[in-house]
Design a protein around this ligand. Structure first.
Ligand SMILES: *Cc1c(COP(=O)(O)O)cnc(C)c1O
Length: 384
C-alpha cells in the first residue's frame, strides 16, 4: 500500500514511526543524544539542526497530515510563527495580516517589527477584498487564521491563497484551531501552514510545541534561520508529541461532535444571547465552513445575556475549567476580554465584536450531559 494512500487515522498512528531495530518494541525509541558521529555520515545530526531522529520522523507525520512535502517541529507556536515570518521578511518588506489573529502573534508584530523596518497592515475585515485592499508594492506575505479566535469567523482560504499567488506573494495560515483533520489549507492553495502544537496536536495540556508544514524549498528557507535562532524542541517532548498525535484524529472528531451538540443546546438557552459556532446555520460563514472544512471544529464562543456576571459564571463552574489554554481533552472556558485580548484597548475589542461577557469555550471529551449540567448550575448561581 502506497504511503500517501493511508487513511488519516493510520497516518496519525503510524506515519513517521521510528523502528526499534534492537529490541523490536512497539513504539518509537527516544534518541536523546545531542552528539552524533560526523565522519562518513550522510547528515550531521544535532538537536538545533532540527534533524535528530525523533524530530525528523515526527515531522513526516505532520507533513503527511497537512499534505505537505516537509515539516519542522519547534518549541512553541510562537517560536514557529516568529521564525517563519522573519525567515521570509527583509527590512523594507510589507506584510498583510488578518485583523483578528492570535494575540501573541499580533503582539510580536506590533512590539518588534518597526525595529526591523518591516511594514505591516491589518485588514479591516475577513473578506478577500479586505486583504487585497492592504496590498502594497512591497508586500511579500499574506497571513491568515481561520477559524478566528475567539469569534470563529472564517476566511475564504482558497480565495486569499489565489490572491497571494496572483501577486507572487507567499500565503501563510495559522491552522491551530482547525487542525489538518478538519481543514487542509495546502489543498486550498496555501503555501505555508503553522501550528501551535501546544493545542490539539498535544491535546492533553501538557506539551508546549509548534510546527510548520510546507514545500521542501520553504522548509529550507525557514531552517536557515531556525538553526540560528534555536527554537528546537527537546527530543523527549517530541516523543510525547508523537504519542499525542496518534489520537489526534479520533480526539478532534469526538470533540467537534460534542461542540456541535453544545452549540445547538446553548443556542436555545435564554441566559445566552448569542452563540458563535460555524456549524450553526445562523452563522454568517456556515456555507463557507461547509465548503472548506470537514466539520466545524471544537471551539465555540457565546455571549451571556445583558447584565449577567461572566466572571462569577466562570468561578461557579465545577467541571469545566476556567483556564487560559485550549484544545485539551478537558473542557475549558475563558473570558477573551481578560486574557487573549486583554492587550487590546476596549475600543479595538469592540471593533472586533468582543464583548466583556463573551466566553470562549474549548469543548473537550466529557459527556455532553455533564457539560450542560455544569453550565446550567453555574447559570443558576449568577441568575439567582
Ligand atoms: C496558542 C496559539 C498560538 C501560540 O502558540 P504557543 O504554543 O502558545 O506559543 C498561536 N496561534 C494560535 C491560534 C494559538 O491558539
Amino acid at each position: 500500500m502506497s504511503k500517501n494512500k493511508l487513511g488519516e487515522n493510520t497516518i496519525c498512528t503510524h506515519t513517521g514511526e521510528l523502528e526499534d531495530k534492537t529490541f523490536k518494541g512497539a513504539v518509537s525509541p527516544i534518541y536523546m543524544s545531542t552528539s552524533y558521529e560526523f565522519m562518513d555520515v550522510e547528515i550531521g545530526r544535532y538537536p538545533r539542526y532540527f534533524n535528530t531522529p525523533n524530530q525528523e520522523y515526527l515531522a513526516k507525520k505532520i507533513a503527511a497530515l497537512e499534505h505537505a512535502e516537509a515539516a519542522m517541529i519547534f518549541t512553541s507556536g510562537m517560536a514557529v510563527i516568529s521564525t517563519t515570518l522573519l525567515a521570509f521578511l527583509n527590512s523594507g518588506d510589507h506584510l498583510v495580516l488578518q485583523n483578528d489573529i492570535y494575540g501573541g502573534t499580533r503582539n510580536l508584530i506590533e512590539a518588534h517589527f518597526d525595529r526591523y523596518n518591516i511594514e505591516y497592515s491589518f485588514t479591516n475585515g475577513l473578506h478577500v477584498d479586505d486583504f487585497e485592499a492592504c496590498i502594497k508594492p512591497n508586500t511579500k506575505l499574506i497571513y491568515l487564521e481561520s477559524p478566528s479566535n475567539p469569534l470563529l469567523k472564517l476566511v475564504d482560504i482558497e480565495a486569499v491563497a489565489k490572491l497571494a499567488k496572483s501577486k507572487n506573494m507567499i500565503s501563510i495560515i495559522d491552522n491551530t484551531f482547525a487542525t489538518p483533520i478538519i481543514q487542509k489549507p495546502i489543498d486550498l492553495g496555501i503555501d505555508i501552514v503553522l501550528h501551535s502544537a501546544t493545542k490539539y496536536f498535544g491535546g492533553h495540556s501538557d506539551i508546549s510545541a509548534g510546527a510548520v508544514a510546507t514545500t521542501q524549498e520553504h522548509i529550507d528557507t525557514i531552517w536557515t534561520l531556525a538553526k540560528n535562532l534555536g527554537g528546537n524542541l527537546s527530543d523527549f517532548t517530541v516523543w510525547m508529541l508523537e504519542r499525542s498525535m496518534k489520537t489526534l484524529s479520533i480526539r478532534v472528531k469526538a470533540q467537534q461532535k460534542n461542540a456541535k451538540k453544545m452549540a445547538k443546546i446553548l443556542n436555545k438557552n435564554e441566559a445566552i444571547s448569542k452563540v458563535y459556532y460555524p456549524g450553526l446555520k445562523s452563522h454568517p460563514d456556515y456555507k463557507l465552513a461547509k465548503k472548506q472544512m470537514k466539520g466545524f471544529g471544537a471551539m465555540l464562543s457565546f455571549d451571556l445575556a445583558e447584565g449577567l456576571d461572566a466572571e462569577l459564571f466562570l468561578k461557579s463552574l465545577k467541571l469545566i475549567k476556567p483556564s487560559m489554554s485550549l484544545a485539551g481533552v478537558e473542557s475549558t472556558m475563558i473570558l477573551p476580554a481578560l486574557t487573549s485580548h486583554a492587550l487590546l484597548s476596549p475600543e479595538d475589542r469592540a471593533v472586533q465584536g468582543i464583548k466583556d461577557g463573551l466566553i470562549r469555550f474549548s469543548v473537550g471529551l466529557e459527556e455532553v450531559d455533564d457539560l450542560i449540567n455544569d453550565i446550567k448550575q453555574a447559570l443558576k448561581v449568577i441568575i439567582s
